[in-house]
Write a protein that binds this ligand. Structure first.
Ligand SMILES: O=P(O)(O)OC[C@H]1O[C@H](OP(=O)(O)OP(=O)(O)O)[C@H](O)[C@@H]1O
Ligand SMILES: Nc1nc2[nH]cnc2c(=O)[nH]1
Length: 187
């Protein structure tokens, strides 16, 4: 039992389901990229950090190509909880990605604004190819169409926490994904 269990209204994705889906996504990527000599995984901090760690390890276990791990931090300006699509880089890539096969590892695609900006940015840095793996997608919240080749779970337009996803920087360590009780937002 974690301290956070009392704050969760309901679990929508269990630890076991997260593990199974991560392995499935890794197998698909390993098969599709079987002929490349290396893959550069780009994690968008902070939400995707758990998924990046587990996905990259699975990719190794299922015989994927050697990977390099890169991290970016971006902040999207918006009003309240809405993202505006105006993105500022807080932490850039540490190395040149020109000529490399890149996979963006995202936790969640909500409006799609962050990812849409990021894809243009990575392409402008002359990556050889850019694909996206996103653990969660909210199909009904999408504002800009973004090509997400690998999707873990399509979920309803509700605010979720856990497995890297926060509310006010908390709940990232929750091992499953769930919806908070309404009273948590009144504190
Ligand atoms: O599709 P969008 O509407 O653009 O939303 C998706 C983005 O929002 C979240 O990041 P957040 O800004 O909450 O930062 P964090 O990962 O550091 O918590 C998530 O990690 C995605 O990067
Ligand atoms: N924690 C969290 N961050 C998000 N960013 C975009 N959608 C979500 C969500 O449902 N939960």
């Amino acid at each position: 039992m974690g301290w956070y269990d009392a704050d969760i209204d309901r679990v929508i994705i269990t630890e076991e389901e997260l593990r199974g889906k991560t392995a499935e996504l890794a197998k698909q990527v390993a098969a599709d990229y079987a002929s490349v000599d290396g893959l550069l995984l780009v994690c968008v901090l902070k939400g995707a950090v758990m998924f990046m760690a587990d996905f990259s390890r699975e990719l190794g276990k299922v015989g994927g190509p050697p990977v390099e791990l890169e991290f970016m931090a971006v902040s999207s300006y918006g009003q309240g909880t809405t993202s505006s699509g105006v993105v500022r880089i807080l932490k850039d890539l540490d190395r040149d990605i020109a000529g490399k096969h890149v996979i963006v590892v995202e936790d969640i695609v909500d409006s799609g604004l962050t990812l849409s900006w990021l894809l243009k940015y990575l392409e402008s840095r002359s990556a050889k190819s850019v694909d996206v793996v996103a653990l969660f997608r909210k199909p009904e919240a999408i504002k800009v169409p973004v090509p997400v080749k690998y999707v873990g779970f399509d979920i309803p337009t509700e605010f979720v926490v856990g497995y890297g996803l926060d509310y006010s920087e908390r709940y990232r360590e929750v091992p499953y994904v769930g919806i908070l009780k309404p009273e948590v937002y009144q504190r």
